[in-house]
Design a protein around this ligand. Sequence first.
Ligand code: ZN
Length: 147
Amino acid sequence: MQMPELDDLYADIILDHYKNPRNLGLIPDATLNAEGFNPFCGDQVKLSISVDSDDIISKVGFEGEGCSISQASASIMTNLLIGNTLDHASLLNQQFRNLMSGSTTSTTVGFDIGELAALEGVKEFPVRIKCALLAWATLVDAINQRS
Ligand code: ZN
């Protein structure tokens, strides 16, 4: 699939994460593991998360294959999660979903969402929203294992 027409700067950020994914590789003995699949595009993401005793995410690793949007979204997500609590991870997930549904924008979200803003343009391409959300859906599955 072709990249949607996104703002050039944002397209550069997405391509950079796609070509040089951050936190690539699963963590042995991770606290939480989950796997996601987007049948509409064939994207796959495997996620492993290490959480310390204060519920702070100390390490995140992922593996995956699929389109640039799905893999860049996973890479950007892993960067944002490290050093944050699981509660904050859930909040980021909610805000990113709001961004994709158009109910909030990167300027009204109320805190710095970093490079997630690069994916905001994806909301104009409904088919690709599932690509952008795959890593986040996988994150929710991983967090839900903790009960
Ligand atoms: Zn995709």
